[in-house]
Ligand binder design. Structure first.
Ligand code: SAM
Length: 217
């Protein structure tokens, strides 16, 4: 994996900035899915402000979804302005969807987008606001690959260890940003990792918890 060197000027500020320096300029994008559309407000200084990311839409179209009638706890790690978290919340009305994001501007957008869509089952939080005892039935994420390999591995290790033993994660990763080496690394960490699909330059990976990780009581 050899992520591009990030900087505000390169447009990659959103990967790192808790507080983007770029002046705000809000706009709307429409996420089209088979079950209907979601209108989402975006802004400068957040990921994929001009349109919903192709990889994100691929995940939403092709990722397996949990059983509908269960009160699950699901996380979206790096929720941005909310396309994944809000789609999950709409598809799974009994689920609690925890949308985790470092970028404050993106968190505010995700919350207001949830409010506008009438989705009351989304909790938008900064990473350090998540209860350390919280465990997830599923994680869906278009993870921040460009934070670099070391930071990405630390982030994935942190959140994957919070999966219930029967849980799973689905990640969408751009092939040219190192999806295959990431899959090999996950397997090396003891996570059974299956490539569910490959489309549009992205891989869809299903990751299972490390088998020795403790179940949360
Ligand atoms: C590839 S973007 C995906 C955004 C959104 N899920 C989407 O599909 O449009 C990854 C997101 O992760 C966020 N991020 C970066 N580092 C993070 C961290 N340590 N914890 C949580 N989110 C992080 C970035 O700000 C960015 O919004």
């Amino acid at each position: 994996m050899s992520p591009a060197e990030p900087s505000a000027a390169s447009g990659a500020e959103h990967y790192f900035a808790g507080e983007p320096a770029t002046p705000s300029r809000r706009r709307e994008v429409v996420l089209h899915l088979p079950e209907g559309q979601l209108v989402l407000t975006t802004d400068r200084g957040v990921f994929s402000a001009g349109e919903v990311d192709v990889g994100t839409r691929y995940l939403l179209l092709d990722a397996p979804m949990p059983v509908l009638d269960q009160p699950l706890t699901i996380a979206d790690i790096g929720c941005g302005y909310g396309p994944i978290a809000l789609t999950l919340a709409r598809r799974l009305p009994l689920a609690r969807v925890i949308a985790v994001e470092v970028n404050r501007r993106a968190r505010e957008l995700c919350q207001s987008n949830a409010d506008r869509a009438g989705l009351t089952n989304v909790e938008v939080v900064a990473p350090d606001e998540v209860d350390p005892h919280e465990r997830f039935d599923a994680i869906y994420s278009n993870p921040p690959i460009r934070i670099g390999k070391v930071a990405l591995h630390a982030l994935l290790s942190e959140w994957l260890q919070r999966l219930h033993p029967s849980g799973f994660a689905v990640l969408v990763v751009q092939k040219h940003l190192g999806s295959d080496s990431l899959q090999a690394w996950l397997e090396g960490q003891g996570h059974r990792t299956v490539r569910l699909g490959s489309r549009l330059g992205f891989r869809l990976l299903e990751v299972r918890p490390h088998p020795t990780e403790e179940a949360f009581p």
